[in-house]
Write a protein that binds this ligand. Structure first.
Ligand code: ATP
Ligand code: MG
Length: 171
């Protein structure tokens, strides 16, 4: 994982627009530790891009998260999580079981997120205005994450940029 200093038992909430690279980052952890909203959409509807299935997918994600927090196992939530409403139940689940909640902001520039929609499969492309609104919401959320109950707020992009450098140093 990119974050060797994270607590062993905690909740990591990824926050970023579509195309920011959340799932790519999530892929650095073992798959069993990642709760992906897309995967939950697929689990309930056979279609990871099915927006109509979002409500059911969120229900399932919350249920699995609750059970994992009760077991105090390390968990990453891979969804945009740009609204306070989407984050509140995640933080609440962690707090119920005295697990630290850590926000990891994937602050990829909006233009890059939009450009990354192009090559995606049709059912997975997010409209440009939606991506830009998600980006704005992500920027806006930064200041309130501590007040929402997150114990730490980290940025993914700096670590991404550092990673090749650190690799070279360790060779
Ligand atoms: P969504 O919310 O729609 O699921 P996402 O935040 O999970 O989006 P990804 O699917 O991880 O985004 O990444 C989108 C695209 O950007 C992918 O093609 C991925 O290969 C590319 N990408 C992700 N991270 C990086 C990176 N650090 N450098 C270069 N390309 C990247
Ligand atoms: Mg993703």
């Amino acid at each position: 994982p990119l974050y060797p200093d994270l607590p062993k038992n905690c909740l990591v909430v990824l926050i970023g627009a579509a195309g920011a690279g959340k799932s790519t980052l999530a892929g650095t952890w073992p798959a069993s530790q990642v709760l992906s909203l897309d995967a939950m959409r697929c689990a309930v509807s056979d279609d990871a891009g099915c927006q109509e299935a979002t409500g059911d997918a969120v229900d399932v994600l919350h249920l699995v998260l609750e059970r994992r927090m009760a077991r105090r196992v390390f968990t990453v939530v891979d969804a945009t999580n740009v609204s306070r409403e989407s984050r509140q139940p995640l933080v609440a689940a962690a707090k119920r079981h005295n697990m630290p909640a850590i926000a990891v902001i994937v602050a990829t520039p909006a233009d890059v997120c939009v450009a990354r929609q192009g090559p995606r499969p049709a059912n997975r492309t997010v409209p440009e205005d939606t991506v830009r609104a998600q980006y704005k919401a992500m920027v806006h959320s930064h200041q309130s994450l501590r007040a929402e109950g997150f114990n730490e707020v980290l940025f993914a992009d700096a670590l991404y940029r550092l990673e090749p450098f650190l690799k070279r140093l360790s060779q």
